[in-house]
Design a protein around this ligand. Structure first.
Ligand code: RUB
Length: 312
């Protein structure tokens, strides 16, 4: 499937974007499927969902989106198709609205004259920066390169378009800049039940520096980035990518092993606030978000079923 290839190769990347792309792919598949029975429809949808799920193992947004799209009950193929189309369209629309809302809520915490440090390329984090700038606050952004995939270059491109004063730094310059930073704002791939954050590799080091320098640390995360599975004790799988992303001529070396984890875990104790579309919450409230917003997922997670059923 083309969307799965694009997500694996990171042509489509970022937790929110991959979730929306997966929802759109399932919707388009539903439209194009030429099957006679509900069983066949269901099985084709599940097959596609499993291919999408395997593309990037860390982002819970992907499995949350897939569950939301495939949550339907229908008496025939036509009804099932309509339900998938409607679920996918609502997920995409709500997800885009959530990013906008996070921007509006998070921007209130940014003061005129603030310097904000951001890492990687997060639409939710950039939404906060965009709204703060649009509301007339004079702000400066420090963006990290985010090696090995250089997502920082995407970020500075977007900040350039917004007309926000920006400095680009190498990832290892974070500590030496931290005393000039008022607030760190990053996105999220996963928020666990205890409020810890899984995000682009390097985020945990930045949080540690911010903590030591007493600089605020804010996470921008839509509620579908929260992981119901972690309530059931599941650990978040950290994606380890191709070593050649770090060392392209690795074949020259006989005794060198390259490690390339794509994400790391920031403890909740280093996070001041998580800005979601339903409000800015302390990390300790993450359990409530999972319960209230994603509560229906817990049973499935508890039962260990991989995907919801399409019919009763
Ligand atoms: C992207 C990354 C982003 C989050 C949030 O990693 O870590 O901070 O996904 O992004 P990758 P958003 O480039 O490996 O996908 O706020 O856009 O969902």
């Amino acid at each position: 499937m083309e969307t799965a290839r694009k997500i694996s190769s990171m042509e489509v990347r970022g937790a929110g974007r991959i979730a929306r792309a997966a929802a759109a792919a399932l919707r388009n598949l539903a439209v194009s499927l030429n099957v006679k029975t509900l069983e066949d429809f269901d099985s084709e949808m599940r097959k596609a969902a499993n291919i999408l799920l395997a593309t990037r193992p860390t982002a819970v947004s992907l499995s949350n989106a897939i569950r939301m799209v495939l949550r339907y009950s229908a008496d025939n193929v036509e009804e099932a198709k309509l339900a998938v189309i409607s679920n996918a369209n609502s997920f995409i629309e709500n997800s885009e609205k959530a990013v906008q809302r996070i921007g509006e809520i998070g921007a209130r915490r940014i003061r005129n004259g603030d310097t904000i440090l951001t890492h990687c390329n997060s639409m939710a984090a950039l939404s906060i920066i965009r709204e703060a700038s649009k509301s007339g606050k004079e702000i400066k952004v420090i963006a990290t390169e985010s090696r090995p995939r250089w997502q920082g270059r995407l970020t500075i491109g977007m900040l350039e378009e917004m007309g926000v004063e920006t400095e680009l730094i190498v990832d290892s310059a974070v500590r030496s800049m931290m005393n000039d930073v008022d607030l760190v704002v990053v996105g999220a791939d996963v928020i666990t039940a205890n409020g810890s954050l899984v995000n682009k590799i390097g985020t945990a080091q930045i949080a540690l520096c911010a903590h030591e320098a007493r600089t605020g640390f804010m996470v921008a995360a839509e509620t579908y980035k929260f992981s119901p599975q972690t309530i059931m004790g599941e650990l978040v799988q950290i994606e380890e990518r191709d070593p050649e992303e770090v060392l392209p001529d690795i074949s020259k070396y006989k005794h060198i092993r390259v490690r390339n984890p794509a994400f790391d875990v920031t403890p909740h104790s280093y996070i001041d606030i998580i800005c979601t579309e339903v409000g800015a919450i302390p990390p300790e409230m993450s359990y409530l978000i999972i319960k209230e917003k994603l509560g229906w997922e817990m049973d499935e997670a508890a039962l260990g079923s991989s995907l919801p059923c399409s019919y009763d």
